[in-house]
Ligand binder design. Structure first.
Ligand code: AMP
Length: 404
């Protein structure tokens, strides 16, 4: 029901043939030689999916563990970008153009080796910078100038604070093993590093899992990312959780405020049946102190674009949309979809919840069901072939309060 990876990839490269070897991925001869020298004959699945997108400059979320070939999946495109535009930009020597953050020094060293291995026919210079060893040699190397820095967040901050390195020329940022970095408590350091790199850049995030914290990181730092994933696919594809809230029609807005006030839902797409319903609901949410905006046919394209940007950047928490807004809406990192009105067409339920889980692979879909919508919910359950669990909120469930 939510084959979001394929959808994302289709969007990124509509009618192109599926590549199957390194030459089809768009890599230049210097890199084809390097992978051949490394003894690789066929790209791994993550390489097949990620390399063409990375070469196009797209932001990526790569859900892949160590051992899948993920390092080459970001190293090769970075090296190719460096080689394509190697001349200095007239402002004197350039600062590093790519930065890879890793959780451990072992991983930093491995990634550094990959840059050496795949970049052996180019002039790119990479440097690993991690703690536990003397600062001075790293400092000297950084001052001499490198193209790629591979670093653990803490040690990199030391260098940034000493002014040994500046990222004004940075073009590509990679967060490798993002889940492990967060596990190790590096979130504050990552935030401080990213605050010092240019806003316009390509960002690639790799993680074995898509936990909410990773999702939040991705939402913060990536722009319209494409998700590529290998392994454990069915598990992740089933992470959308459905629930139905029985509630009288005239209590729906109060229930929504209640849910939003007591939860960590941080980017919520709410569907209403009518434009007026959407506008009314936005006013209600605003009165309750929530950042909300409406999106429907009466809104101009620029209003819609602004609404989407605000939603992506987190300045708008709730986007209230009618069905027209639903298709082709590419919103990454939606945590929740709420069907404020049960969709008239059961197929629309599937489309709507396809909005969540799209980039993040997680997300919840809640449906508010008044008494006159019970039959429509049953039809949806028949279509999706499974019952949707009911959640009863005391004081709101029409089974426990007077019917509307
Ligand atoms: P990684 O997941 O990046 O840690 O890579 C795991 C191992 O797979 C590394 O030792 C790589 O050298 C190797 N490797 C990467 N890409 C390929 C490939 N296309 N074919 C064979 N081995 C590869």
């Amino acid at each position: 029901m939510n084959p979001t990876i394929e959808e994302s990839l289709e969007e990124a490269s509509p009618a192109e043939a599926v590549p199957s070897n390194f030459a089809d991925l768009g890599l230049a001869p210097a890199f084809l030689d390097a992978v051949r020298d490394a003894g690789y004959t066929t790209p791994t699945p993550i390489q097949l999916q990620a390399i063409p997108l990375a070469l196009k400059g797209r932001d990526l979320i790569g859900l892949a563990q160590t051992g899948t070939g993920k390092t080459a999946a970001f190293t090769l495109p970075i090296l190719q970008r460096l080689a394509q535009d190697a001349a200095p930009n007239g402002r004197g020597p350039r600062g590093p153009r790519a930065l890879v953050l890793t959780p451990t020094r072992e991983l930093a060293a491995q990634v550094d080796e990959s840059f050496a291995k795949y970049g052996k026919h180019t002039k790119a210079k990479a440097l690993a910078v991690y703690g536990g060893v003397a600062l001075d040699p790293q400092e000297r190397a950084l001052r001499r100038g490198v193209d790629v820095v591979i670093a653990t967040p803490g040690r990199l901050l030391d260098h940034l604070e000493r002014g040994t390195v500046k990222f004004d020329d940075l073009e590509v940022l990679v967060l490798d093993e993002a889940d492990r970095m967060l596990d190790m408590g590096f979130a504050p350091q990552i935030n401080r590093v990213v605050a010092q790199v240019p806003k316009y850049r390509q960002t690639m995030l790799f993680s074995a899992t898509m936990l909410p914290e990773v999702e939040a990181l991705a939402r913060r730092y990536l722009r319209r990312p494409v998700v590529v994933q290998v392994g454990r696919r069915s598990e992740a594809a089933n992470t959308v959780t459905h629930a139905v809230y029985p509630v009288p029609r005239d209590r729906k807005s109060a229930l929504l405020v209640e849910l939003l006030s007591h939860s960590d839902m941080d980017s919520v797409l709410v569907f209403t049946r009518t434009k007026h319903g959407a506008d009314r609901l936005v006013r209600h949410l605003e009165r309750a102190g929530m950042l909300a905006t409406a999106m429907h046919a009466d809104k101009t394209q620029s209003q819609r674009t602004r609404a989407l940007e605000g939603f992506r950047e987190g300045t708008i928490r709730v986007l209230v949309a009618t069905d027209i807004a639903q298709r082709g809406l590419d919103i990454s990192g939606i945590s929740h979809v709420i069907n404020y009105d049960v969709p008239q067409q059961p197929e629309d339920y599937v489309h709507r919840i396809g909005r969540t889980g799209r980039a993040a692979q997680t997300g919840d879909a809640y449906t508010f069901m008044s008494t006159d919508e019970i039959a429509m919910v049953r039809t949806i359950e028949r279509l999706i072939g499974q019952p949707i669990p009911r959640i009863s909120v005391p004081g709101y469930d029409f089974g426990t309060v007077a019917a509307d």
